[in-house]
Design a protein around this ligand. Structure first.
Ligand code: DGL
Length: 268
């Protein structure tokens, strides 16, 4: 089958905002020649405070329309909220391979010595049955402390645009997990939202050297390479970002996007 794929067909990366760039960065390392369209549903950001029905409707509708418009060879839902809610539904209706982004509970459980693990995600992600299933399968006998950090999404968006991050506010957002480091021996935190690795330096400062931060970006990039294995890649035009809202596309963001090889932006 793989020989029939158009070499210029893109890989479509989908998130609400810049979170998926953490996946794109790893994807560039494994598939530097792959044409990429980065889709940001800025009109829907944040997903984390929406209902399951709202997120599912947006993700299924947008990915359906984007598949028709861009004919991607594969789609990566580079958003934990969208994946834990809608991955199954999207796979049911689209024929293209779909790679999801789900909380890295399995690798976290493998490295935690104390067995006390924080899962830092959006409000919507941490309540998903998908996460219950990951916990039952991979963290049986461990203690998972799920915590929502909705403000971290805005902080990551701001940091990428060159704004200064107030460490005290960030500390306040994760104080429940910091208490668990003190009192329960928590030693590992899953960054269960693709925006959060953008704050890794700040979070490392706050959590200190004894806590490991784990996220899935590298594994997801490898998974994209696996589903496109054997295919040819030919970038005929510069990679671009498409956004459902123009408002978010300020010059400070555009500058950063070029660092990720996204040379232009367009409305969707
Ligand atoms: N980047 C998204 C995630 O991984 C969520 C950000 C949002 O709330 O829109 O969950």
């Amino acid at each position: 089958m793989s020989h029939s794929v158009d070499p210029s067909a893109p890989i479509l990366l989908f998130d609400t905002g810049v979170g998926g760039l953490t996946v794109l960065e790893e994807l560039r390392k494994v598939l530097p020649k792959a044409p990429v369209i980065y889709a940001a549903d800025y009109a829907g950001l944040p997903y984390g405070t929406k209902t399951e029905a709202e997120v599912a409707a947006r993700v299924c509708g947008l990915l359906g329309r984007m598949s028709e418009r861009f004919h991607p060879r594969a789609i990566c839902i580079a958003c934990n909220t969208a994946s834990t809610i809608a991955l199954g539904m999207v796979r049911d209706v689209l024929e293209v391979p779909i790679v999801g982004t789900v909380p890295a509970i399995k690798p976290a459980a493998a490295i935690s010595k104390s067995g006390v693990i924080g899962v830092l995600g959006t409000e919507a992600t941490i309540r998903q049955p998908y996460v219950d299933r990951l916990e039952a399968e991979f963290a049986n006998g461990k203690r998972l402390i799920r915590h929502a950090g909705p403000e971290l999404v805005d902080m990551a968006e701001a940091k990428l645009r060159g704004h200064w991050i107030d460490l005290e506010s960030l500390r306040g957002e994760v104080s429940v997990l910091l208490d668990a480091v003190e009192n329960d021996g928590l030693d590992t935190v899953v960054l269960a939202c693709t925006h959060f690795p953008l704050l890794e330096d700040e979070l490392l400062q706050i959590f200190g050297p004894d806590v490991r931060l784990v996220h899935g970006a590298e594994g997801i990039a490898r998974q994209i390479a696996t589903v496109t294995k054997g295919q040819e890649f030919l970038r005929k035009e510069p990679d671009r970002l498409v956004s459902t809202s123009q408002d978010a596309l300020d010059p400070s963001l555009r500058k950063v996007l070029t660092r990720y090889g996204l040379e232009s932006v367009a409305a969707f």
